[in-house]
Design a protein around this ligand. Structure first.
Ligand SMILES: C[S@@+](CC[C@H](N)C(=O)[O-])C[C@H]1O[C@@H](n2cnc3c(N)ncnc32)[C@H](O)[C@@H]1O
Length: 206
């Protein structure tokens, strides 16, 4: 039987161990965070995205919270411009602003729902080399985010989706995986380059 308190303790321990070994820990030093969804990923991300590091100049992130993953993209893709979309409607928003204050010219913040932001970006004919989908975890929202983001990704670009294995006990409508699975079934132009807790796909040239 699942024991939520024990699971939370284990998760906290994993994050603590990951932080102790994180070669990118210096990026986050002195910043304000309440949660860490990133420390356990930086090693895998830097290996997986090594080849696109120098050619990625336009990055979109759906779901930025306090800015931890945003900071990573800005440091890892050192010459990239980052567009962050989030509701930014609670105290995370202040932390995001303070954590990212030094990156002003390389950062665009879009406040609001991803469905609205993706529509506006499409109207602007925006194009991205790399997109991180980590906003709402409700199936229908994830579906909208994946489809909307895919249209903004250039051929050869990479899209990364978080939390594929999140909460398997939830009903389908409250999980990420069913949306990602449908997205992959619809899109044979998506070459899967990672399928674990996160799924990464490269857009095949037309
Ligand atoms: C898991 S957090 C993102 C964590 C962040 N990527 C990181 O690693 O530091 C999810 C974020 O998605 C945002 N979010 C949820 N639903 C959204 C929606 N419909 N449109 C835009 N953002 C949304 C939340 O406000 C929250 O900040």
């Amino acid at each position: 039987m699942s024991d939520p308190a024990r699971e939370a303790r284990l998760r906290a321990r994993v994050v603590e161990l990951a932080r102790a070994q994180d070669p990118y820990a210096h990026i986050f030093a002195g910043k304000e965070f309440r949660r860490d969804y990133v420390a356990a990923r930086t090693v895998a991300w830097s290996a997986l995205f090594k080849d696109i590091r120098d050619t990625t100049s336009r990055v979109l992130e759906i779901g930025s919270k306090e800015g931890r993953s945003a900071l990573f993209w800005l440091e890892f893709f050192a010459s990239a411009h980052l567009t962050c979309v989030d509701l930014f409607n609670d105290e995370d928003a202040g932390r995001f602003d303070r954590n990212l204050a030094a990156y002003g010219p390389r950062l665009r913040k879009i406040v609001g729902t991803s469905i609205k932001a993706l529509g506006s970006l499409r109207e602007e004919n925006a194009v991205f080399d790399f997109i991180y989908v980590d906003g709402s975890h409700q199936r229908d929202d994830v579906m909208i985010d994946c489809l909307g983001a895919w249209r903004l990704l250039r051929p050869g670009g990479v899209m990364l989706m978080d939390d594929y294995t999140w909460k398997p006990e939830n009903p389908d409508s409250e999980r990420v995986a069913p949306a990602v699975d449908i997205f992959l079934a619809w899109h044979d132009d998506a070459e899967v380059i990672l399928r674990s807790h996160q799924v990464a796909v490269r857009k095949r040239p037309a």
